[in-house]
Design a protein around this ligand. Sequence first.
Ligand code: HEC
Ligand code: HEC
Ligand code: HEC
Ligand code: HEC
Ligand code: HEC
Ligand code: HEC
Ligand code: HEC
Ligand code: HEC
Ligand code: HEC
Ligand code: HEC
Ligand code: HEC
Length: 401
Amino acid sequence: MTQAAIRKLRFSFRAGALATAVIALTFFLAPGTLHAQSQCLACHGDKSMGHSLYVNGKTFSASAHGVLQCTSCHTDIKGFPHPDHVAKVQCSTCHADQASDLKGSVHASHACTSCHGDGNPHAIFPKSDPRSAVYPLNIPRTCGRCHGNPALAKKYGLPNVYSMYMDSIHGFALSKEGLLVAANCQSCHGSHHILSHKNPQSPTYKTNIPDTCGKCHAKIEAEYDAGIHGKALAAGDLKAPVCTDCHTAHAILNPTDATFRMQSTPICGSCHKEKLTTYRDTFHSQLGMFGGYVETARCWDCHGAHDILPASDPHSRINKANLVETCGRCHAGANASFVQYQPHANPRNRKLSPGLYYVRLFMNLLLISVLTFFVLHTLLWVIRSRYNQIKNNGSKGGKDA
Ligand code: HEC
Ligand code: HEC
Ligand code: HEC
Ligand code: HEC
Ligand code: HEC
Ligand code: HEC
Ligand code: HEC
Ligand code: HEC
Ligand code: HEC
Ligand code: HEC
Ligand code: HEC
């Protein structure tokens, strides 16, 4: 609505003083019916007020604040006509806890309505209402209004997490299956007191992550805590992996997914470099090297994923006493002599593993000679067929002419 139109409107209200007086009398003087909402809506419930001044009375009365009077929030409006400009609404007068949490968070400079109301301050619903911007299924979209914006991410040096999350197992479960208990942004970050992951108070700070995921994945957290990585973390070793080092935070895949199974070997290997190299040289790994995905033994098939223990621990899957069972999961009939095979043998080291060293040497020589033969053979074949072609064309050309 333009200024001119507004002025005209106000003028017409003044001109129609009688009508206003009737409205005023009806609402102000009728005993027991002091309904500020309807008084205000007599004007603001009219669509011709224009978008920014129009308030949808039906939506408002269904909202969490429908029980309030308009003046509970617009406190400096005491009578009619009211001032042209009124003070900004202070949500904090009634929601002091949320306001003080927000003040200490990364979003301190943001208005409450940046997450509540979907752009309409009169359409704030309880968080349990599917119409609420902070209903579990709507939270990613609400946070994603900013955290799905590449320009904002760049400006603040943040990862642009929204699309990663939506493609993850949690985002899929939430948006496609409507699973209310799947992790949404709030489950891991909180709502009003959101902090950077560098802040030790944050649920996303490294040492707090197992508890954050463990709220829902309780059994896995217990296994993790009992394993070598959990114990190392508890002892203050920040080099030990937490859930997100292996699963990521926002792009979490189903672990049976081939992509996850392929990338997890390098993930374990990013810390256990030497073990990765020695694994790479074994039969299990070389199976997985030729192009696409192959089902073979990956690090956690022998070590476990969460309850990993050192070989010296009698409960460890790789303790000598348990190897027959561990290998036997895939190799039916594995026995004590079968498990003599060294999954981490180092074939580059002739002294430690002489057998393997020569097998490797032989295999490499074989590979090279086969390849050389193949290349030579192809080359000769190409030359020969080209020769034949030219020769045939030559004799054909002669007949046609
Ligand atoms: C007689 C009609 C009328 C009634 C009744 C009325 N308003 Fe208004 N209101 C207006 C007009 C016209 C404007 C635009 C003023 C301007 O921008 O010059 C306005 C503006 C506002 C604004 C925006 C002020 C700003 O700072 O931009 C608020 C908030 C508001 N009204 C709230 C209320 C509330 C709450 C009530 C009930 C207690 C109410 N109004 C009753 C006509 C009315
Ligand atoms: C829970 C608090 C709350 C209640 C109750 C409330 N409002 Fe508002 N209203 C706001 C907020 C927040 C804004 C956005 C501007 C601001 O932050 O002050 C707003 C803006 C407005 C505006 C537009 C002003 C502008 O700057 O665009 C009008 C008009 C208005 N309210 C009228 C009403 C009317 C009429 C009612 C009752 C039917 C009402 N409000 C009830 C919180 C409230
Ligand atoms: C960064 C986004 C964000 C901002 C900014 C924000 N909220 Fe919230 N708010 C949420 C989320 C998400 C929930 C749902 C929490 C849940 O599901 O437990 C929520 C829930 C609430 C609730 C329901 C009770 C509760 O605490 O769970 C109230 C009341 C509330 N917010 C008020 C406010 C007020 C007042 C402000 C401003 C001081 C504000 N919020 C700012 C995201 C936000
Ligand atoms: C005059 C007091 C008052 C003001 C000001 C106020 N609220 Fe409320 N708010 C309430 C009351 C009362 C409820 C209903 C509480 C209930 O149902 O338990 C409520 C409910 C809510 C809820 C839903 C809580 C839930 O259970 O999920 C949210 C979100 C909320 N308010 C946000 C805001 C925001 C944002 C503002 C500022 C724009 C604001 N409130 C301003 C009084 C107020
Ligand atoms: C209105 C835009 C907006 C909305 C909505 C919003 N954020 Fe933010 N958020 C920001 C901005 C801007 C920053 C950077 C603040 C800074 O560094 O000063 C930020 C910072 C963060 C950070 C910390 C980044 C860091 O390391 O400093 C996290 C985590 C975060 N937001 C999560 C959320 C979640 C979860 C929600 C939804 C509940 C949400 N945000 C909703 C704009 C928004
Ligand atoms: C399963 C838990 C989880 C979910 C769900 C989740 N996050 Fe995160 N988020 C984290 C963790 C943990 C970090 C810390 C950095 C890391 O490990 O990548 C983080 C980092 C961030 C950051 C970078 C700021 C920082 O502190 O590094 C932003 C911004 C962010 N998350 C926003 C969101 C938004 C928006 C959503 C929803 C669309 C969301 N997150 C969903 C766990 C989660
Ligand atoms: C609010 C509860 C909640 C939180 C917190 C949570 N998750 Fe989940 N997570 C789920 C639910 C529910 C599923 C099942 C989704 C499905 O199967 O469709 C799931 C699935 C998974 C899966 C796939 C499992 C499978 O069998 O397909 C992984 C991996 C996972 N979450 C890891 C994490 C990690 C890591 C964290 C912490 C950074 C975390 N989750 C935090 C609820 C949660
Ligand atoms: C050292 C890497 C690593 C860490 C740390 C880790 N995981 Fe896993 N996680 C895996 C691997 C690998 C799998 C796949 C196991 C399989 O397919 O047998 C997996 C599987 C899962 C699954 C699917 C269900 C299952 O049992 O197979 C969930 C859920 C899960 N992890 C959650 C978590 C949570 C929560 C944490 C932190 C408490 C965590 N993970 C820590 C590597 C890890
Ligand atoms: C972020 C780095 C990191 C990642 C990723 C990681 N680990 Fe570890 N791992 C460690 C640390 C640190 C220790 C503890 C060393 C200690 O305290 O003895 C450890 C200990 C172990 C041990 C016990 C033997 C030893 O040397 O103490 C095994 C076995 C092990 N990890 C296997 C794995 C497997 C399998 C994976 C992948 C599923 C994996 N690790 C992923 C860092 C990592
Ligand atoms: C086929 C089963 C198997 C696979 C696959 C496997 N390992 Fe092992 N790993 C073992 C066995 C058995 C041992 C103990 C004997 C040894 O050191 O060779 C061991 C030892 C280790 C140790 C030292 C444990 C200790 O207590 O000293 C680490 C660390 C380790 N492996 C990490 C890895 C990583 C990382 C991967 C994947 C890149 C991997 N393993 C793949 C079976 C396996
Ligand atoms: C997750 C399943 C899996 C586990 C666990 C596993 N392997 Fe394998 N292994 C395979 C597959 C698949 C092959 C290749 C197919 C074949 O030849 O059987 C293979 C091949 C082998 C080979 C060469 C081929 C042969 O059968 O002689 C040896 C030796 C071997 N594994 C030893 C072990 C030992 C020792 C363990 C335990 C420390 C183990 N494997 C654990 C899946 C596994």
